[in-house]
Ligand binder design. Structure first.
Ligand code: HEM
Length: 466
């Protein structure tokens, strides 16, 4: 759901002289005469936008070939765009292109459709509904960890990137569809999801995009990936229609029995399909990435790992976590928050200006696309002198956290609808792992962040299980 999807833009009108109301044009970064900043942007979009976004009181423009972007890494400017001036901005056109993969689901819609969908989905991922998530996550995590026990016994390392994807896929498929996904299916679905999103990213970033309808190899693969996802969800909907709902309600059963507030009729099956696909895709890789980074950081910071183990042993006394335990797993919560501060999956959030705006004395023209660097905001000077350090204790005192400078789930009306869901899942998962294993890195090769659809580790991270 990040900037990666949102990089191909209509040309933006950028005035070069001061304009009405005394507002100034936004200063431009000089790049290569032809390419602009294409290379720097393609090489590390998270670092480039963070750096650009710090200049000129937090607003700069840069060029990728003929396309212009605005960048900000200022908490104050981000707050204006996402909250106080929100009526001037919408998600950019590329979120709408997402509809090719997820249909007209919550993450790809705007306006009245979005409001209706948000009102429908939001309560399903909050409060009482989440209670059920904890035993579901415990079951699914314990299943995966059976294999970890075998690896521990044989001294074989596990790969954190692969394993956290299995953990995340297991939890979300049980929660949404009450289904256990075997390794092959998990791999197939994960590859299809990444493949489809990767093709959209390619299309959005290409200077000469080949229309997605053109039957070249990459587009045929894109269609196959989409069909893989569609068939998977469709299979579950059809078997519910034929065999009835499971005893214990899950997301799909709640959605299939929900009524459209306007018509009082059951939701169209296409809506059920779109929203289920949306949550599956939005919730899988984001959560997996955060867990991979968190375990990597813990394996690299023994003092933090010691506090992690101490907390789970003290709070859980050897049993599996329950809903009421979550608020008492405060250090794990801080670990996750600090991990998302350093490695926010949505590293850049894109918005399109739909009505001219003035921010901090600069004119933001209609149709400009702005990349908000969450990565840069999370390293703003308000975090103190050591923003690159992993220090979960920063989050120990709520009052001391610079709230405006922390937005892993975004802020404003599109704030992540799955934020409580993913926090619940991640806390329960880290609690069980911390209870059972001591992690030790199997090599000391550096691991750096790579900007893809999310901010992913540059390579697999092998760890030994003690
Ligand atoms: C660590 C995990 C997650 C992170 C960091 C994350 C981050 C985000 C961010 C930054 C946005 C806003 C994007 C924008 O406005 O441009 C967003 C939106 C969204 N997220 Fe998440 N997300 C996570 C997990 C989940 C999960 C588990 C689900 C579902 C089960 C989910 C479903 C959604 C949906 C449907 C939207 C669109 C909301 C709307 O437009 O109203 N996310 N997420």
């Amino acid at each position: 759901m990040s900037e990666a999807l949102c990089q191909s833009l209509p040309d933006v009108e950028m005035p070069s002289t001061p304009i009405a109301h005394g507002a100034q044009p936004i200063p431009t970064t000089d790049g290569h005469w032809l390419l602009g900043s294409a290379n720097e942007f393609a090489h590390a979009a998270h670092l480039f936008v963070a750096e650009q976004g710090k200049r000129n009181q937090g607003l700069t423009q840069f060029r990728v070939l003929h396309r212009r972007f605005l960048a900000t890494a200022s908490p104050d400017v981000a707050h204006q765009i996402l909250v106080t001036h929100r009526e001037h901005y919408e998600r950019s056109a590329h979120y709408k292109r997402l509809a090719l993969v997820i249909g007209n689901g919550l993450a790809a819609s705007e306006g009245a459709t979005w409001r209706k969908r948000r009102a429908l989905i939001n309560p399903l991922l909050r409060g009482e509904h989440l209670k059920q998530l904890v035993p579901t996550v415990c079951d699914s995590v314990c299943e995966v960890l059976k294999e970890w026990d075998g690896k521990r016994a044989s001294g074989t390392p596990v790969g954190l990137v692969r394993e956290t994807q299995r953990l995340s896929m297991g939890a979300i498929s049980r929660m949404l569809l009450s289904t256990d996904i075997d390794q092959d299916t998990a791999y197939r679905l994960g590859t299809a999801m990444r493949g489809a999103m990767q093709r959209l990213r390619e299309y959005n970033t290409s200077p000469f995009p080949v229309p997605l309808s053109c039957p070249i190899h990459r587009n045929r693969k894109f269609n196959r990936d989409r069909e893989t996802l569609d068939r998977f969800i469709d299979f579950h909907i059809k078997s519910r229609l034929a065999n009835g709902q499971p005893g214990q309600p899950d997301f799909l059963s709640v959605l299939m029995s929900a009524k459209d507030p306007d018509s009082g009729q059951p939701l169209p099956l296409q809506t059920v399909m779109d929203e289920t696909k949306t949550l599956f895709m939005a919730g899988f890789e984001t959560t997996a990435n955060v867990m991979a980074w968190a375990l990597y950081l813990l394996a690299s910071h023994p003092a933090c790992a010691a506090r992690w183990h101490e907390e789970v042993d003290r709070v859980l006394q050897g049993r599996l976590p329950q809903w009421d335990d979550l608020p008492r797993l405060a250090y794990i919560t801080q670990i996750i928050q600090e991990t998302m501060r350093l490695y926010p999956p949505a590293y850049n959030i894109a918005r399109q200006c739909v009505r001219e705006d003035v921010i901090n004395g600069y004119r933001v023209p209609k149709s400009a696309t702005i990349l908000i660097s969450v990565y840069g905001i999370h390293r703003d000077p308000v975090w103190g002198p050591d923003p690159e350090e992993f220090r979960p204790e920063r989050f120990a005192q709520k009052a001391a956290v610079p709230r405006a400078a922390f937005m892993p789930f975004a802020t404003g009306k599109h704030v992540c609808v799955g934020n409580d869901f993913s926090m619940t899942e991640m806390i329960a998962t880290l609690a069980i792992i911390g209870q059972r294993y001591r992690l030790q890195r199997a090599d000391d090769e550096p691991v750096v962040a790579k900007a893809q659809l999310g901010l992913v580790p540059s390579r697999e991270i092998p760890v030994h299980l003690g």
